[in-house]
Design a protein around this ligand. Structure first.
Ligand code: SAH
Length: 258
């Protein structure tokens, strides 16, 4: 009796953005170890035969340390179970999927990986921001805001052009924007922060490189959020509101929101 671990990319949180492969893996799972950013509200129906374990990672708050998650995956698989490790977005985009895969390999456990819709692309899209647009941007770079970028990285990033997408970037936004400005990025470069993508509380705050930190502070922007830096932000729309209106709202937040 040998178990199996399936690393499943659960997408940005809305159930209908799970892939068919993800739904199938859940349907036959014996154990599901899930993160908070993956769709988890109806897991009991999606994985009716499974024990559900919340290893929920909220920013700065690892409910279950990474090593323990890996040990749990291996332990359940060694007991002959079909383990689904349900992760937010895509397992291989700033999600430690590679580490989990290696931990399984090291323990002789067979692993499959099912890709997911990454928040890096889908959440900006949910705010009407295409990461590429003919004539505006033909490349994008995805960056982790978890650890500070080096001066060398900041220099190259600001000189590269195209669109910059930052995950886990709320706390490090002041350092990042200051760093990009220091290396020559225009103070007028548009910046958007999209919080809680694909939920009823999704919200977009728009500013430019020089004022986004103030706008974010006024709006009390919080994780999880995706930050987009680049000219494509001018195309943003949220329901009926376009980028200009969203920017006006961000500027007026003291009066309305605080
Ligand atoms: N592997 C994941 C990313 C994990 S890092 C993926 O491919 O999407 C976690 C970060 O993803 C969060 O801090 C936030 O920046 C972003 N994120 C994930 N889901 C999100 C959502 N629904 N709304 C806004 N940001 C989200």
């Amino acid at each position: 009796m040998t178990g199996l671990v399936t690393l499943v990319g659960g997408g940005p949180g809305r159930e209908d953005l799970l892939t068919l492969a993800a739904a199938r893996a859940l349907a036959r799972a014996d154990v599901v170890l899930y993160d908070r950013l993956a769709p988890h509200e109806r897991l009991q129906e999606l994985a009716p035969g499974a024990e559900l374990v919340d290893v929920g990672k909220r920013p700065g708050h690892h409910a279950v340390p990474q090593q323990e998650i890996e040990a749990l995956m291996v332990e359940h698989a060694h007991a002959g179970r079909r383990v689904v490790r349900l992760k937010g977005g895509d397992p291989y985009v700033l999600g430690r999927g590679g580490e989990e895969l290696l931990a399984c390999h090291a323990a002789g456990v067979h692993v499959e990986v099912i890709p997911g819709v990454t928040s890096a692309v889908a959440v900006p899209g949910a705010a009407g921001i295409p990461l590429t647009h003919r004539g505006i941007s033909h490349l994008f770079t995805v960056v982790s805001g978890h650890t500070p970028l080096s001066e060398n990285e900041l220099e190259h990033l600001s000189g590269l052009g195209g669109t910059i997408v930052v995950l886990m970037g709320v706390n490090s936004l002041p350092a990042l924007t200051a760093g990009l400005a220091r290396h020559g990025m225009s103070a007028q470069m548009p910046v958007a922060i999209i919080e809680r993508g694909f939920t009823a509380d999704q919200r977009t705050t728009i500013g430019d490189l020089a004022d986004i930190v103030t706008a974010a502070g006024r709006a009390r922007v919080a994780s999880p959020a995706v930050v987009v830096i680049g000219e494509v932000v001018r195309l943003a729309h949220d329901g009926e509101a376009g980028a200009t209106e969203l920017m006006r709202r961000a500027a007026g937040f003291t009066a309305v929101g605080a």
